[in-house]
Design a protein around this ligand. Structure first.
Ligand code: IPD
Ligand code: CA
Ligand code: CA
Length: 273
């Protein structure tokens, strides 16, 4: 599909919202916030909710007929069946944030007719604003992004993440992790899928894989990777589908090698289960 001409007000709005979320995140880090549990290890803070309310209010005021899909579902209005849907993660890296680890961001993508056309992700502690516009590239604080040129998995720095049901499928996740550890230069786990994707786009990582992701984790970041020249598929090599929850994002050059590792791990007799 070709790039469509998207009103610049949409990217400006996405940027404004993630920057405002970043301000809230930094301010509340100083003033303190309450943390509650959504599941055994899945946290939500007052800051997640405050950022999400802010986003919904801005969209409601400027584009009252648009839909919003956001993680915490704060006073979620029923779908309006709009062509436009904003997909928002108010705080990606909540566990890090709650523990005082400065690796977190806000992520906002706008889907038009089911395809993400613009995206913005802001890391307030590093003051890094990642943006992407389909067909027009992706940028870090205004400078064009390009994935790395590394061609060998053995020379690659990879990143992954673990879902909140990790306790019930530890063996499977550890096997996949071990498979990549045995092939890559090194593997990291940062705790923010949106930043993992931005870092692939920026050439800091050659590749990222994760399963059980949600649309708000990947909406903006997947576009930013693609627009930086990277490749995204499902973990089985199928075309990327944000609703499918699993993905491999890479610089393109090591993509097939990553898919080979996943296939090999899945075919091997399981050691950790
Ligand atoms: C999580 C982070 C983490 C990933 C999890 C996500 P949250 O999002 O992106 O890196 O491994 O799968 O759920 O809960 O911090 O918004
Ligand atoms: Ca998230
Ligand atoms: Ca979140």
């Amino acid at each position: 599909m070709d790039a469509i001409q998207v009103d610049p007000v949409f990217l400006a709005t996405a940027v404004e919202i993630v920057l405002r979320a970043g301000d809230i995140q930094l301010a509340r880090r100083e003033s303190g916030f309450r943390v509650s549990k959504k599941g055994e290890i899945d946290l939500v803070t007052e800051v997640d909710l405050e950022c999400e309310r802010m986003c919904r209010a801005v969209i409601e005021e400027r584009f009252p007929d648009h839909d919003v899909l956001a993680e915490e579902g704060t006073s979620a209005a029923p779908s309006r069946g709009s062509r436009y849907r904003w997909v928002f993660d108010p705080l990606d890296g909540t566990t890090n944030y709650a523990h005082g680890l400065p690796i977190f961001c806000a992520s906002l993508g706008l889907e038009i007719d089911g395809r993400v056309e613009v995206g913005a992700i802001y890391d307030p502690t590093r003051k890094e604003l990642f943006t992407g516009e389909r067909g027009y590239g992706s940028f870090l604080n205004g400078a064009a992004l390009r994935v790395s040129g590394t061609a060998r998995l053995g020379d690659s720095l990879l990143v992954t993440g673990f879902p909140y049901d990790v306790h019930t499928q530890t063996g499977h996740l550890v096997e996949m992790f071990a498979g990549f550890l045995g092939r890559a230069r090194a593997v990291r786990r940062l705790g923010s899928a949106a930043l993992d994707l931005c870092y692939v786009a920026a050439g800091r990582f050659e590749g990222f894989w994760e399963q059980h992701l949600k649309p708000w984790d990947v909406a903006a970041g997947a576009l930013i990777v693609e627009e930086a020249g990277g490749r995204i598929t499902g973990m089985d090599g199928s075309p990327f589908d944000p609703a499918a929850a699993h993905l491999v994002a890479s610089n393109g050059h090591v993509h097939t090698q990553m898919l080979d590792v996943i296939r090999d791990v899945r075919q091997k007799p399981q050691a950790f289960r």
